[in-house]
Design a protein around this ligand. Structure first.
Ligand code: ZN
Length: 467
């Protein structure tokens, strides 16, 4: 099927490389073929984007599809939620286990990748890149062969070693030998990098030692935060970066939540020149543990947990000055019935649809430019994960992944209006001024004014190694 030709006119392009420009965009065969004024509209559909902003489609660097529902079901529902939020590429934390049939997590990805990509290509409404979760020496030995197939980023958990609940979710904690072996391998295979979840469980165990069963039953988010202090995150990052400096590996620290953790990164960048990228999440940028206390049940439970106002402001400063590279949501879809107890409920909540409206609204209040926003929500992720220039920017030859936003339209976030199969959001009642009016995926107008116009047009993104 030949794809439509479009001219999107009268809008302002937010280009992460050059800033804001008033220009029209022409799309042919799914890619951007011209940028300028007075483009020939013959044979083209026309989208009038007067007073609107055109961003490169947003990239959510961190989602968990298939944690609580089948991977297939999540691919279907959660990517519609992505399209509604202007997110055109999501990076999925892929697992060798927990697909249609059970396999041990250490299964070779060569046995499961076809199945994973088939499910994506037949169900997803936006594009999906895969971070492969590895947990064995055998899988690490295959990193070069995974990279050859276009999968260049690999996820590891320094936390959760031997923890049953996490293993059930497919998050297999590994000991330092595996981490070191992985970094060694990643440093040898050009363009690959290791994503490492950092929280020191032994330290957390110490901080939780004095808690009784009764304490756990009634724990508030503020006390929960105290029971998982930032030193646990910072220490693990410190160790990871020591290994990274030693091996020369490129590493990516997801969901960084604390001042201590950021300072470890800053110091390592300065002193050892280690190649480290940092991701934070919307929850650490707009929520605090005090606010989480006010929400019903355990809606806002996630690990690392929310910190205080001072930390939140500090993280924004780090976005402004470029210390933080990306924002990912850690999205997962689960029922509200699972979010009753701060202590016993699983962590995680949906975020894919609200990331751009929340971040853009808050960034503008803090005087951060739209150019910086499009770097942090698209460009940097595309660059780090080997998708540039196809994704993450708007230039001739790039995929026509475009989010068209109305920055004057105020919307109050309500779970009932969102499209995740989850029935709640921790951002209920938040007021945003960054309405996603339309989403183009590789030249197809897939979302407009609250309606999904084309479903299941998503594809697995195969990547070239990092330059
Ligand atoms: Zn995660």
């Amino acid at each position: 099927m030949e794809s439509e030709k479009w001219v999107i006119k009268n809008g302002t392009i937010v280009n992460p490389e050059y800033g804001e420009i008033k220009a029209d965009i022409k799309i042919e065969n799914g890619i951007v073929t011209a940028i300028g004024r007075g483009l020939c509209e013959e044979g083209c559909k026309v989208y009038d984007a007067a007073d609107k902003y055109l961003f490169p489609g947003f990239i959510d660097t961190h989602v968990h599809l298939g944690n609580f529902n089948s991977f297939e079901d999540d691919c279907r529902s959660e990517t519609i939620s992505a399209a509604a939020g202007g997110v055109t590429t999501v990076c999925q934390m892929a697992k060798a286990s927990k697909l249609t049939k059970f396999r041990p997590p250490q299964t070779s990805y060569h046995e499961v990748l076809d199945e994973i990509t088939d499910i994506i290509d037949n169900n997803s409404s936006v594009d999906i890149a895969l971070h492969l979760n590895l947990s064995s020496y055998e899988q690490i030995d295959e990193i070069a062969s995974y990279a050859e197939l276009g999968h260049t980023s690999f996820k590891f958990f320094m936390s959760y070693v031997g923890m049953e609940g996490a293993i059930k979710m497919g998050a297999i904690g590994v000991r330092d030998g595996i981490i070191y072996a992985a970094l060694n391998k990643v440093s040898e295979v050009p363009g690959t990098l290791a994503i490492v979840h950092c929280e020191n469980d032994d330290l957390i165990e110490f901080f939780q030692r004095s808690m009784t069963e009764k304490d756990k039953e009634n724990i508030s988010f503020s006390d929960f935060a105290k029971s998982r202090p930032s030193i646990a995150e910072a220490e693990n990052i410190h160790r990871l970066l020591y290994y990274a400096a030693e091996t020369g590996a490129t590493v990516y620290v997801p969901h960084v939540s604390s001042i201590k953790a950021i300072n470890v990164v800053k110091e390592a960048r300065k002193n050892s020149g280690v190649k480290v990228f940092v991701e934070t999440c919307p929850q650490y940028l707009v929520l605090t543990h005090e606010e989480a206390n006010k929400m019903p049940g355990a809606i806002a439970k996630v690990t690392p947990t929310m910190r205080n106002r001072e930390t939140l402001d500090y993280l924004w400063e780090c976005i402004k000055d470029g210390t933080i590279n990306t924002i990912g949501t850690d999205h997962c879809s689960l029922g509200l019935d699972k979010k009753k107890s701060v202590w016993y409920s699983p962590g995680g909540f949906p975020g894919i649809e609200t990331i751009a409206p929340l971040i853009i609204t808050e960034a503008r209040k803090r005087g951060i430019s739209l150019q910086r926003v499009s770097q942090i929500l698209s460009y940097n992720a595309a660059k780090i994960f080997g998708m540039l220039p196809r994704k993450g920017t708007l230039r001739i030859g790039a995929d026509a992944d475009i989010a068209i936003l109305d920055l004057n339209k105020e919307v109050t976030i309500k779970a009932e209006n969102l499209h995740s199969s989850s029935t709640f959001t921790p951002y209920e009642g938040f007021k945003t001024k960054a309405y996603v009016e339309a989403t183009f995926l590789r030249g197809d107008l897939i979302w407009r004014d609250g309606d999904l116009l084309k479903a299941k047009t998503g594809k697995t993104v195969l990547r070239k190694p990092l330059e």
